[in-house]
Write a protein that binds this ligand. Structure first.
Ligand SMILES: [Zn+2]
Length: 192
């Protein structure tokens, strides 16, 4: 069974975060989803856009998490935790977070992209100085010879859903041709 079919079954053809029934798609939960069903959620375009572009977030859209955060699916719990954490300054998301219990493994996964990390001393910026966040999409601004992988990542290649290397502001991780690689922030440009 394809992952999409499996997710349609699991989600009953509804966005697993907001319940919408249109424009649904598979979203691999960062940082290390390889397309496994356990590490994917079935969500709508609106949720996906707001997850990937924090500046477009509409807090009220996420009131849906009031119900959805009780999902038994860890990948859904992780996305609920991350969005509530991102919005916690609004007040009500923090109240929901206080009620949301994740087991240790799921919590570690939820925290893996750095969402909610109070350590603001490490900032990742692209070649233009734009602040990068986990889950952003970036494009390469030059051809990169990928060491050990024996291929060239071409200038203009888009990397979706990057993750930030927590202790090194010059490093991000992204996927090129199915391989997870570390890239210097000075060689990328944030996509809008
Ligand atoms: Zn949705």
């Amino acid at each position: 069974m394809s992952i999409e079919k499996a997710l349609v079954t699991r989600s009953h053809s509804k966005c697993e975060l907001c319940g919408a029934t249109e424009n649904l798609g598979v979203y691999g939960v960062p940082p290390d989803s390889e397309g496994e069903i356990d590490k994917s959620v079935f969500i709508c375009e609106v949720c996906c856009e707001q997850i990937e572009q924090p500046e477009k977030v509409d807090a009220n859209h996420w009131r849906c998490l009031n119900d959805r955060m009780w999902s038994q699916v860890p990948a859904v719990q992780v996305m609920a935790w991350r969005m509530l954490t991102r919005l916690s300054a609004e007040g009500w998301p923090q109240e929901l977070l206080d009620m949301l219990y994740l087991d240790d493994e799921t919590l570690a996964w939820a925290e893996a992209t750095g969402e909610g990390s109070s350590d603001s001393s490490v900032k990742h910026v692209d070649s233009n100085g734009a602040l990068l966040g986990a889950g952003d999409t970036v494009t390469l601004i030059k051809d990169l010879n990928v060491k050990g992988a024996n291929f060239i990542a071409k200038r203009g290649t888009a990397l979706r859903g990057i993750s930030l290397v927590a202790d090194n502001p010059e490093h991000i991780e992204g996927r090129v041709e199915g391989q997870r690689i570390v890239i210097l922030t000075k060689f990328v440009k944030k996509s809008n």
